[in-house]
Structures are given as structure tokens and as C-alpha cells.
Design a protein around this ligand. Structure first.
Ligand SMILES: Cc1cc2nc3c(=O)[nH]c(=O)nc-3n(C[C@H](O)[C@H](O)[C@H](O)COP(=O)(O)OP(=O)(O)OC[C@H]3O[C@@H](n4cnc5c(N)ncnc54)[C@H](O)[C@@H]3O)c2cc1C
Length: 502
């Protein structure tokens, strides 16, 4: 009788896995399966791999037009970059702070450096007072003097902040952060998921400000648990005393290089990589699957299938074969990102730090990243006086203001928003090039009720043999969530497939 490990290795080579979706989650899942020698095929509906991690040529520069950084939390992204030989290319963003714009009576002001999700530890700190004013600081101070007995366990971030610190803290500090980070209103965010431990610290400390101070001291960084990080200045949740740029990192040349490296590694491992192939239907066949695609006359067969698609497409594919999957169709925020390359020497001084978040309702743009100020590699790639600016439009329940516009009109709107947010004149003659892209995001993992919904979906998928599902809709948005989840799910499917054959 042969050695069990040898038998497993043989089974691996005989096992065929199809990964539906060639975004980062699909590519990482494929890597995990290919590493042990399984025969892997990745089917990607669009013409390129990477999904939301993608680049475009704008004004002669190759720039990220989707994800442009990752949260360092958990170390999973760094570990992957290391494995792919990109460790030396990891870069930190500029440590300059970011700003918040659209503050009534104030205009734009630096975003306070302390706090968690925009909730200040000390309402009297000058940078906090500048944004919320004396009236706001006094109201927020009520949090410190209210009897501890009034503290309950509040799940909604909006309700918690409103009751403890008042409307100014909520509207001017917290809402810009949740809108920029999660494309969601504070009322829709679950505190226990976005800021784990905050409610418990509140009970211990007797005030929300005290709880924020305690948590900040306990954490080295305070990045929200599933913050996608892009277009969100790194200071948003960093401790006052810590390096503000510590919570996110990027890759010199752009995050799209992660995709390039993943694809190259998969090719080396013999993975079949196909673009312009949409997975249309899964049907159980024997102990495996029959997979109908948009490009093959006959269905493909596989021992296991890993579905790594955006939520709507994933649910449509899974529903017929996962009986216990609920029929939920959660609303998905649509976001448009407009990248501008401008000639504007006035921006050399980075007048608003690395970027700007907006008070909801004050501007049509939700967030702005001044990429030339944020990333040294972008600055090095540009001529003097040339700047790269990214603006994002749209949020939960709010169509992007650019949605109905053609590319040219969208660029003009982005240019005027950039001028307003950065406080410098930018007329049409400043514009060298622009690029616009639309994304349908999944609901943030920290949205109220979302954790139970995704746990149920996972449980339903796991009950079906030879089937796996991963991606931002299940793991939470952001590469720091997506990558470890894809690894874990591929490991589960891989083990189940190999042991089943034994
Ligand atoms: C504007 C924006 C900026 C972001 N910035 C950051 C950031 O800076 N840092 C960060 O960590 N995170 C960021 N995120 C979040 C992060 O990019 C995503 O969470 C992550 O990339 C999602 O990966 P995924 O593989 O789950 O999904 P996707 O990237 O959406 O990949 C899914 C793939 O499936 C393909 N597909 C769809 N249907 C089919 C089908 N039927 N058959 C085959 N293929 C199909 C799609 O074409 C796509 O390529 C950002 C998100 C957005 C929208």
C-alpha cells in the first residue's frame, strides 16, 4: 500500500478546480490550490485579471484606478507580497494628515489626528474644536459628565455618537469617515464590527471619549476593521501619537503590480488563465461539477468550484445549487472614481495634505486623494507642476453625481470639485488627462445585520460538497480581508477535495 502523503499528492494532480472570477480573491484562491499541484483553471468574465485592483494609462502615467493601498492590519497582504517577491517594493504613504471639507461655517480643516472612526477622544483638542466649534465641543463634553448608568449597548454607530457626543461630532467628523471608508451612513454601521471593543470600553470607562482613548492606547493602529483604505487618508483612524501613515501601505508603481505578480506566479504553476469567459451555470455532475461558460460549447468539468465573484453575480450562480442560500439581494453602493492629471503648480505645496473627506451633503464628491502628495512614486513619475488627483463619487443610497454624465462632463465636474476641495483654482486649461471608472461595491462587512447574513451564506455554501465561495461580499471589503479569506476558503475546499478522493 502506498504512503498516504504520496496518495494525496497523486490526488492533487488528478483533481481539477475551477475558480470563477479573476479578481484578487479568485487569483489568491487559485494560487492556494495550484501550490499543492491541483489542476486549476481561472475563468474571468472581463478582458483583464484583477477586478477592482486595476490600472489605466492616464496622461502617460500608469496609475491605479481602483484599489491603491492596503491596510497593514493582520499582515496578510504583506505576507503575500513577500511570497510573490514584492516585499522590497512596499512603500508607505506620506505621513502628512488629510483634511475634511464642507464643514459649516469653517470650510475645510485638517482632520483631527486622534480618534476612532472620527470619534474624538478629547473634544477640547484644538484640531477637534476647529471642526466642531465651541458649541460642538461643549455638547461632546456632555459624554464625559453623563452618569455611567445611562450607558447601554448601542449597536448603531450613528445612534451611539449622536446620543453621547451630539450632532456636530456625528455630522462633521464621523459621517465623512464612514462615507469615505464604507460608502455608508453612520446609522447603518455596526459599532461592534467597525470598532470592536468600543462598546465594552465604554462600559468600563463610563464615556465614549474615554473608551476611544483607551482603545487607541491599546492598539498600535486604529484602522476600521474592513476599511478598504482607498481614497481614505491614512490619518482617519490613527492614534494621535502614532505615525499617521502607519495603517496603510502600497506598492511602488501601483497596487496593480500585485495582480501582475499573481498572474505570473499562476502561469509558472501551470494554471490555466482565461479572460473573456463568464461562468454562467453550475450543475452537480457525479461527485463534481459541470460548469457552463459563455465561451465553451460544452460545459467544463471540475471536482471543485470556487466562486470568487461580486455578490450579485455570486448569488445568481450559487442560488440554484445552494438550496439553503437566502434570497437576499442587498443594495450595493455604486461608486465612480475619476482620476485627473492636472498642471497646477499651486498643488506642489500639498495644501490639503494627502487628501480630503467631505461632510455628506456639502459636496458631490465623497473623497479626494491627492496621489502626488500621498505617494512618492507618483510624484517621481510626474513632471514638476503636474499632479494626480482621484475623486470618488457615490455612496449607499446615492447615485454618483457623475453617473449620468459623459466622460468629458464627468472630468469637468471632478475638476471643479477638486478645485473646491483643494482650495486652488483649477480651470479646464489645467486638465492634461482624465479617466473614469464605475464600480458596484458590496455592502461593508460592518453594515448592520451584514455579519449574520454573510455567515448564513457561508454556512449554506459549505453544506454543498466541492463548492467554495469567497470575495469581498463575504470577507468584507479591502485586501486585508479579501486575501486571508480567499486563502482560508481555498484551503477548506482543497482539503475536502483531496481527502474525499482518498
Ligand atoms: C473604488 C474602490 C477603491 C478601493 N480601494 C481599496 C484600497 O485602496 N485598498 C483596499 O484594500 N481595498 C480597496 N477596495 C476594495 C478592494 O479593492 C476589494 O474589496 C477587492 O479588490 C475585491 O476583490 P474580489 O476578488 O472580491 O472582487 P472583484 O475585484 O470585484 O473581482 C471579481 C471578478 O469577477 C469577475 N466576474 C464577474 N462575474 C463573472 C462571471 N460570471 N464569471 C467570471 N468572472 C466574473 C469580475 O470581472 C471581476 O474581475 C476598493 C474598492 C473600490 C470599489
Amino acid at each position: 500500500m502506498s504512503d498516504p502523503l504520496e496518495r494525496l499528492a497523486e490526488h492533487a494532480h488528478e483533481s481539477r478546480v475551477i475558480v470563477a472570477g479573476g479578481g484578487v480573491s479568485g487569483l489568491v484562491a487559485a494560487l492556494e490550490c495550484a501550490k499543492v499541484g491541483m489542476q486549476v483553471t481561472v475563468l474571468e468574465a472581463s478582458g483583464v485579471f484583477g477586478g477592482v485592483v486595476r490600472s489605466a494609462e492616464v496622461g502617460g502615467l500608469t496609475l491605479d484606478v481602483g484599489a491603491e493601498s492596503y491596510a497593514t492590519r493582520g499582515g496578510a497582504v504583506r505576507e503575500l507580497l513577500d511570497e510573490l517577491g514584492l516585499a522590497d517594493e512596499i512603500v508607505a504613504p506620506n505621513r502628512a494628515g488629510a483634511w475634511v471639507a464642507g464643514v459649516p461655517g469653517v470650510g475645510a480643516a485638517p482632520l483631527p489626528k486622534g480618534g476612532i472612526l472620527g470619534i474624538p477622544d478629547n473634544p477640547w483638542a484644538p484640531d477637534v474644536r476647529r471642526v466642531i466649534g465651541w458649541a460642538g465641543a461643549w455638547r461632546a463634553y456632555v459624554d464625559r459628565v453623563r452618569p455611567p448608568l445611562t450607558i447601554g449597548h448601542e449597536r448603531s454607530l450613528g445612534a451611539l455618537v449622536r446620543s453621547r457626543m451630539g450632532a456636530r461630532v456625528l455630522d462633521r467628523l464621523v459621517a465623512p469617515v464612514t462615507s469615505g471608508v464604507y460608502s455608508a451612513r453612520p446609522d447603518d454601521i455596526d459599532v461592534d464590527l467597525a470598532a470592536p471593543g468600543l462598546n465594552a470600553a465604554l462600559t468600563r470607562m463610563g464615556s465614549l471619549g474615554g473608551a476611544v482613548a483607551e482603545l487607541r492606547a491599546a492598539r498600535s493602529t486604529g484602522t476600521p476593521s474592513d476599511a478598504p483604505a482607498s481614497d481614505v487618508p491614512p490619518t482617519v483612524a490613527a492614534p494621535r501619537a502614532a505615525a499617521p501613515g502607519g495603517a496603510v501601505e502600497g506598492i511602488a508603481g501601483g497596487m496593480w503590480r500585485l495582480v501582475e505578480a499573481l498572474v505570473a506566479r499562476l502561469r509558472d504553476l501551470g494554471v490555466e488563465l482565461r479572460t473573456d469567459v463568464a461562468v454562467e451555470e453550475l450543475t452537480p455532475a457525479g461527485s463534481g461539477w459541470s460548469v457552463r461558460t459563455s465561451a465553451d460549447e460544452s460545459p467544463l468539468s471540475a471536482d471543485a468550484v470556487i466562486v470568487a465573484l461580486p455578490e450579485r453575480q455570486a448569488r445568481a450562480l450559487l442560488r440554484p445549487v445552494v438550496p439553503a442560500l437566502d434570497t437576499a439581494e442587498p443594495a450595493a453602493p455604486v461608486v465612480e472614481v475619476v482620476t485627473l492629471v492636472v498642471h497646477a503648480p499651486a498643488l506642489d505645496a500639498a495644501p490639503r495634505g494627502t487628501g480630503v473627506l467631505t461632510v455628506p451633503g456639502s459636496h458631490v464628491a465623497k473623497a479626494l486623494t491627492h496621489s502626488t502628495a500621498k505617494w512618492e512614486w507618483v510624484r517621481d513619475a510626474t513632471e514638476p507642476g503636474i499632479h494626480v488627483i482621484r475623486l470618488s463619487f457615490g455612496a449607499q443610497g446615492e447615485e454618483p453625481a457623475t453617473a449620468a454624465l459623459d466622460d468629458d462632463a464627468a472630468a469637468s465636474l471632478a475638476l471643479s470639485e477638486a478645485a473646491a476641495l483643494l482650495g486652488v483654482p483649477l480651470d479646464r486649461s489645467a486638465l492634461r488627462a482624465s479617466h473614469r471608472v464605475r464600480y458596484v461595491q458590496s455592502q461593508p462587512g460592518a453594515a448592520m445585520g451584514r455579519a449574520a447574513q454573510t455567515a448564513a451564506a457561508r454556512g449554506a455554501v459549505r453544506a454543498v460538497r466541492g463548492l467554495g465561495a469567497t470575495g469581498a461580499w463575504l470577507s468584507g471589503t479591502g485586501l486585508a480581508q479579501v486575501i486571508p479569506d480567499a486563502r482560508a476558503e481555498a484551503d477548506r475546499v482543497r482539503s475536502a477535495t483531496l481527502w474525499r478522493r482518498d
